[in-house]
Design a protein around this ligand. Structure first.
Ligand code: AHR
Length: 488
């Protein structure tokens, strides 16, 4: 057994953990929306206005704070007017990015914003720059948020919604360095400046405008944006980073060897360096932290499940994904001074999903349970948390951790990344009057996953933790994610 010492100082606040760091992403891709979130009003699957009730409950349980929609690549070919009004009149389109299937637009603006209301989360609308117009984007904002009497707001009322919605987060383009128009950073900056000008704050709704950020470690893109955009034009910059150890051969989601496991974790841990370097650039131009870093897409990306449409990106989710989620969320907590939001790709039936569905059945993946373990970090203050350095596999931190305090209660989350070593944690807790520790754990064999025949194979259980004076004692079995609550 390895001993790892830690020091947590509740008095040393490092930043505030915006709940939106625990956000998700829902794209018109494969079975994320249709069959996943939305089954339509006439379905036998229990639903509210076509939205699955089991999904609503599951999202509420992990307190999903924000949902990004409608894409992704799809956003840059989405024309919002095709997705409003009587469903039988809605125009179909080909979803050219994802499987070439017909999109009937039965899930549009009203349905998405209803979903957000039912879940109790904020919408993050990603609008079309790549193939859209300034007028189209400007009108979408007016349609959703204005209280004035205009043809567009009258149309909204005619479509069943008299009151405007509150829409804070507005993405202006998606991956415009790639699928969103293959633009150079200089070109995108000019487009961004023009598009954002006509996205107005209507009727007290204040937009938080988000620019398309860099692809992973494209520091040049960040530099160009920061040099040319000021905080009154942009509030957030949306970086995308996927955990993939080899883009040419992404590997299988459930069948992998030890080498692939550790390589995946090396890729996941790279996000820490990437965030640090982007933060350094942002700090130079924006020392007062007025522009936030959004990680609008993150998660593990493997080969699609055999026998499924290759354009649907459906993959299973094992304990390996849970470890990655635990590591990345600890990284976001540690970067919360600059990172204001993160959206896991994608919420249901695509990539590193928290939920998988098949007909009327729904399962929660190991990644879902990590969001459950970490949910008390939302809206808490991140505090100093040092973990003694040690490594597993190929240079992966043996233990990753983060700590936060809210209303006098501390939440400490940890991952043991090793597949073989049990870890004994001894942590000094400074600045918090605590006598009681309770813990919960997610651990299993690394290939373990939940499936429709065994939906609860991987799940959370209670775990032992003791406080003696100022020291917390805790064991971490190999391949585990643990959350500890410390209180008076
Ligand atoms: O999440 C799948 C795709 O990955 C998104 O549509 C796109 O933005 C990214 O390349």
């Amino acid at each position: 057994m390895k001993k790892v010492t830690m020091l947590v100082n509740a008095r040393d606040v490092q930043g505030h953990i915006n709940p939106e760091i625990y956000g998700h992403f829902s794209e018109h891709l494969g079975r994320c929306i249709y069959d996943g979130i939305y089954v339509g009003e006439n379905s036998d699957v229990p639903n509210v206005e076509g939205i699955r009730t089991d999904i609503i409950e599951a999202f509420r349980n992990i307190r999903v704070p924000v949902l990004r929609w409608p894409g992704g690549c799809f956003a840059d070919e989405y024309h919002w007017k095709d997705g409003i009004g009587p469903k039988e009149n809605r125009k179909s389109m080909v979803n050219t990015n994802w499987g070439g299937v017909t999109e009937d637009n039965s899930f549009g603006t009203h349905e998405f914003l209803k979903l957000c209301e039912l879940v109790g989360c904020k919408p993050y609308i990603n609008a079309n720059v790549g193939s859209g117009t300034v007028q189209e984007m400007s009108e979408w904002v007016e349609y959703m948020t204005s209280d004035n009497q205009t043809p567009l707001t009258q149309l909204r009322a005619q479509n069943g919604r008299k009151e405007p919605w509150k829409v804070q987060y507005l993405g202006i383009g998606n991956e415009n360095w790639g699928g969103g128009g293959c633009m150079r950073a200089e070109r995108y900056v000019d487009e961004y400046r023009r598009f954002q000008t006509f996205c107005r704050n209507h009727s007290g709704n204040e937009l938080y405008k988000i620019a398309c950020g860099p692809n992973a470690d494209d520091y040049q893109w960040m530099e160009t944006l920061m040099k040319n955009l000021q905080h009154f034009m942009v509030k957030g910059i949306d970086l995308h980073y996927y955990t993939v150890y080899d883009w040419a051969k992404k590997g299988h989601a459930t069948e992998f060897d030890e080498e692939a496991y550790y390589k995946t974790l090396v890729s996941a841990n790279r996000l820490d360096t990437i965030l640090t370097r982007h933060t350094e650039i942002m700090n130079r131009y924006d020392p007062d932290n007025q522009i936030g870093l959004v990680v609008g897409e993150w998660g593990c990306w493997y080969e699609v499940e055999e026998g499924t449409n290759p354009g649907f990106l459906y993959q299973q989710n094992t304990m390996r994904d849970a470890i990655v989620a635990g590591m990345e969320l600890n990284i976001f907590n540690r970067h919360c001074k600059r990172v204001v939001m993160a959206n896991l790709a994608q919420a249901v039936n695509v990539l590193q999903s928290v939920i998988l569905t098949r007909d009327g059945k729904m399962i929660k993946t190991p990644t879902y349970h990590v969001f459950d373990l970490y949910k008390e970090h939302q809206d808490a203050d991140a505090v100093y948390c040092y973990t003694q350095e040690d490594y597993s596999g190929e240079n992966v931190p043996l233990v990753t951790s983060s700590a936060s305090v809210k209303d006098g209660t501390m939440t400490l989350t940890l991952t043991n990344t090793s597949l073989t070593e049990e870890v004994c944690i001894e942590s000094e807790i400074v600045g918090l009057d605590c006598s009681r520790a309770t813990a919960r754990i997610l651990t299993d064999e690394v290939h373990a996953y939940n499936d429709f025949d065994s939906p609860d194979r991987v799940g959370i259980r209670d775990w032992a933790a003791q406080v003696e004076g100022r020291t917390l004692h805790l064991q971490l079995p190999p391949c585990s994610v643990v959350s500890v609550t410390l209180e008076k």
